[in-house]
Design a protein around this ligand. Structure first.
Ligand code: SF4
Ligand code: SF4
Length: 173
């Protein structure tokens, strides 16, 4: 009697395993070859954005650093010239660093930025083997130059890029 019962239980267990193996939708993926899409509102690692012409959106104003509750951002700015222009307006970020060991992904930096230069993207692969690798410098954060744009610094037409913050558009347009 006991033997029969054990056989039944074993059969049930095997049936559950085989059903999961051959008939149920797989919940595991072959990471890192395959990656799972993130939710639309996911806040991952930051990126520094560029305009279509390749100029950097960051104007080195440090508002993101001031808004950061974790003191994770360090910005140093320098002057643009038309012969050596990184961003529209007077200044650009000559140094931009985020310490990812401090960041709590609150998004305050994104909200504070007047030019939408810093945004929290979809990147979630953030493993380090050294504390220094957790400091994301401007070079690591800046997105590549878009197709048709030019790398920075650029030589620009005098008087063309005097405005640091783009003119506000009517949100109802
Ligand atoms: S997401 Fe929050 S904690 Fe992280 S750098 Fe931005 S403001 Fe600081
Ligand atoms: S990312 Fe935005 S808020 Fe931060 S320094 Fe650059 S322009 Fe200013």
């Amino acid at each position: 009697m006991l033997k029969d019962s054990m056989l039944v239980q074993l059969g049930k267990g095997m049936f559950t395993t085989l059903r999961a193996l051959f008939f149920e939708k797989k919940v595991t993926i072959q990471y890192p070859e395959q990656t799972r899409p993130v939710a639309r509102r996911y806040r991952g690692r930051h990126v520094l954005n560029r305009y279509e012409n390749g100029l950097e959106k960051c104007i080195g104003c440090s508002l993101c650093a001031a808004a950061c509750p974790a003191d994770a951002i360090f910005v140093e700015s320098a002057e643009n010239t038309d012969e050596r222009r990184f961003s529209p307006g007077e200044r650009y970020a000559s140094t931009y660093e985020i310490n990812m060991l401090r960041c709590i992904y609150c998004g305050f930096c994104e909200d504070a930025c007047p030019t939408e230069a810093i945004t929290l993207g979809e990147i979630y692969e953030l493993s380090f083997t050294d504390r220094r690798e957790a400091i994301f410098t401007k070079e690591r954060l800046l997105l590549p130059v878009p197709t048709g744009g030019e790398p920075t610094p650029q030589v620009t037409e005098p008087g063309k890029f005097t405005r640091s913050v783009p003119a506000m558009q009517n949100p109802q347009d």
